[in-house]
Write a protein that binds this ligand. Sequence first.
Ligand SMILES: *Cc1c(COP(=O)(O)O)cnc(C)c1O
Length: 351
Amino acid sequence: MERLVRECFRSEGYVFARKAEEIAKERGLSRIARLASNENPRPPSPLAVELGCQALQRVNRYPDEKVRSLLDTLERHYGDYHFVTGVGMDGVIETVIRTLVDPGDRVAISVPTFSFYRLAAVAQGARVEEVRRNADFSVNAETFVRACRGAKLSFLCTPNNPTGTMTPPGELETILEGIDGVLFLDNAYVEFSGVDYLPLLEKYENLIIGRTMSKVYSLAGLRIGYAFVPGWLAPFYTRAATPFTLNTVSSETARGALLDRTHVEETVARVAVWRERFVRECPLPVTSSGANFVMVDVAPHTGDQAVELLAEQGVIVRSCRSFRGLPDHYVRVSIGEDWENELFLSAVRNL
Ligand SMILES: *Cc1c(COP(=O)(O)O)cnc(C)c1O
C-alpha cells in the first residue's frame, strides 16, 4: 500500500533533536545538558499557567474560532496590526503556503536555514529555489531579489536558524522593494536580538512577520504561533486554515505569557550575558548571533562527530549536518540553564 503515499513524503522529513534521555541511558549519565532545541529552559510565566489552567475547565466547548481575546491581547501588546494565528509558527507557515502557492509555483528560500519552509513548500507542490547566503552568512539583497523573480513567496529568517545571523532592516527594505511576491520574515528569535522589524509593516504590504511562543515565552509544548500580516491577506488566510487554529488552553496561556513582561525581560537579559560568554570562552570559532543559541565551527570534526563527543560528556547539542547549504563542520548550541552552559564550556574544551 505504500505506493499510494505521495513522492514528497518518501524522503527523510523534519529532523528532530536527539532525545536527551536516549543518550543519557546509553552512556549511563544522570545529568544531561539539553542544548539542542533552542527552548527556554525556564518554566512558563505563572500567569500563563494560571490562565491556561482556568481555560482547561471550559474545553467541553469548541474554542472561539476568531481567537478574539488573544487577538485583543496582541493588539494591546504591539499596537494596531493585523494578526493571524497557527499551531506553532510551523502551522502559520503551512497555512501561508496553502493560501498563496499552487502546485508548480516558485518559492525562494534564503539558505542555510530552518528546514520546514522547504518541506512545507514541496508538500504543496511548489518548485523551491534555494538562495545561498554569503560566506559570512549575511544575505546579499541583490542576489536574493534576483532569485525571487517570479516567486510568489520567499522565506528569510532573522535572526537566522542555525547561524544566528541578523539581517538589518535596511537590507530588508531593498528586498521588499525589489521582489514582486510576498516575503515571509521568520522572527522566531527576534526578542533576543534587540532589532525591531515592525516599522517595515507600515511601508510594505508584501511582508509577513512570523512569531512564535515556543522560544522566549517558554511555551514550546503548547504549539502557539502567530504572524503580523498585511490587511489584504488576513481573510484569505482564515479560509485556507483549518477551522480552529488554536485551542482554548493554548490561546489563554498565550495571553498570560504576553501579559507577563518580566518573564521575557529576565530571559533576554540572561541570554545576552551567556551569549557573550560563549563567544569569549569557547575555544572554537563562534558565529555572531542575535538569538538564544550560537553556531560553533567544530572543524576538523564534523558536526555529527562533535555531537557524539559532547554527548559522551553529558551535553546534547544539534549537529548542523541536515541544514542544506552549510558545510558539514558546525554544531548549534542553545543557551540553557547556568549549569548546562558551564558544562558545555568545559566539554567543548576537550574536543
Ligand atoms: C522554532 C522555530 C520555528 C517554529 O516554532 P513553533 O514551535 O512551530 O512555533 C519557526 N522558525 C524558526 C526559525 C524556528 O527556529
